[in-house]
Design a protein around this ligand. Structure first.
Ligand code: UDP
Length: 420
């Protein structure tokens, strides 16, 4: 099988390679070989040669020769530079237990915008859960990304951009977590509460019909881009979203960071059993993170003073509000003057996922950016309208917004020719 795949790839690439070589040689008259050494399974030294013409690398024929020689696999951890490999902590870095891959799972996650851990952590995860099924999934998702991705579109990645009325902080997951945690500061003063939210396609649909939600969001310190809908809408305007920053993926990273800084959190929202389950799971998984208090999102809705007192007595640094959008964002804005926390985040259905009341989409579904399909299948009555009607409506308005943005760019880039 390996021989068939390898020979097929060589048969496809060689003619293209030969033509490029001839054209390159004719134009530049200079050809050189660039050799890189990286470490394979059990730290085996692998020499990888690329032919270059005028500093431009030509087709990677050598990769497929290495594949036929069983030195690399189709799917596996990203190959590591040999010298760097000698310096790694051999216990912590598990990648050398298997062969490196031409396609790495970290690369697939990056293309989906969900590579929230370091490359080493992603490689270790892959080695830990390695199976033929997982390899096939990675390969299939990579092929789909290549087929439907936007390799040729040049995108602009501004740090902040406005999308359909919402100002988005275009951060990676890591920098979003750093922003929240570093922003907690040393003291809790009522006047300086920082507010964060996530917006997905459904939120943007709500923003369109609810002026109050729009104005609320725009008073927040940062609003993060959540999901494929926002990514598509931004891309249609020539804008790149740095990463998919959603509450459920952020939560473990945030907790880990809060734990190292001895911070405390208050959980508000969801039903009582759910929020209690979240607290006990957090105590097990992050023993040094203090869960200062919990309240469900229903009991004291009509009497927020009770909640103010509970939250203030807890002396929590960070408040997570899980009441669904836009209710949670409104609650944060309306009550910020009464609560003594450093920051508050609207986290939607996070508690339902973390408590495992609602099952999260498996890894390969998330890599395909199809988490919404999973949620629809899990809660068809609750989420049917949101996704089946909401998604096409969102895409329609996103396309209109892109057209408008394009027209605006065309007008502003038209030279001002004076008539007469
Ligand atoms: N919720 C709440 N109080 C309410 C309404 C909802 O605490 O008055 C909770 C609900 O139990 C659920 C979360 O808010 O845990 C909303 O989840 P959803 O999946 O709808 O969030 P979204 O996807 O809108 O962010």
């Amino acid at each position: 099988m390996r021989l068939i795949i390898g020979m097929t790839m060589l048969a496809v690439l060689l003619p293209k390679f030969a033509v490029k070589c001839l054209i390159g040689l004719y134009r530049h008259k200079k050809m050189s070989i660039y050799t890189r050494t990286y470490s394979g399974q059990n730290f085996e030294k692998i020499e990888h040669r690329t032919i270059t013409i005028a500093n431009r690398a030509l087709s990677d024929i050598d990769t497929w020769l290495l594949y036929i020689q069983r030195k690399v696999d189709l799917v596996g951890p990203h190959p590591m530079d040999f010298d760097s490999a000698l310096r790694v902590d051999k216990e912590a870095d598990q990648r050398h237990r298997i062969r490196p891959g031409i396609i790495s799972p970290a690369q697939v996650k990056q293309l989906s915008g969900i590579a929230h851990s370091s490359e080493t952590e992603l490689a270790n995860d892959f080695v830990k859960n390695d199976s033929q099924l997982r390899r096939t999934q990675v390969l299939a998702i990579w092929a789909l990304q290549k087929l439907f991705g936007t390799r040729n579109q040049r995108l602009y990645y501004p740090p902040v951009f406005k999308l359909m009325g919402v100002t988005i902080a275009n951060l990676t997951m890591k920098s979003a977590v750093a922003k929240i945690v570093n922003g907690l500061g040393d003291s809790r003063t009522v006047a300086t509460i920082r507010k964060y939210a996530f917006v997905n396609a459904d939120c943007v649909n709500k923003v369109r019909s609810q002026q109050r939600y729009k104005s609320t969001l725009n008073q927040f310190d940062a609003v993060f881009a959540d999901g494929i809908g926002i990514k598509l809408a931004a891309r249609w305007q020539g804008l790149g979203v740095s990463e998919n920053v959603n509450g459920t993926d952020m939560f473990p990273l945030l907790c880990r960071e809060l734990e190292t800084q001895n911070r405390s959190i208050y959980l508000l929202g969801g039903t009582l059993p759910v929020v209690k389950r979240v607290a006990s799971k957090l105590n097990q998984e992050y023993p040094n993170l203090k869960v200062a208090g919990v309240s469900d999102g229903y009991q004291h809705k009509e009497n927020p003073a009770v909640l103010h007192q509970l939250i203030n007595q807890s002396q929590a640094d960070l408040l997570l509000v899980a009441m669904g959008a836009p209710q949670q964002e409104q609650w944060i804005l309306d009550n910020q003057e009464h609560i003594n926390v450093s920051a508050a985040i609207g986290v939607g259905g996070l508690f339902d996922f973390y408590s495992e009341k609602v099952s999260r989409a498996p890894e390969w579904v998330r890599e395909l950016s199809l988490e919404w399909v999973w949620r629809l299948a899990a809660q068809p009555l609750d989420k049917g309208k949101r996704y089946l009607i909401g998604n096409p409506v969102f895409l329609f308005y996103a396309a209109m917004a892109a057209r408008k943005a394009k027209r605006k760019t065309n007008v502003s880039s038209t030279p001002n020719v004076s008539r007469g």
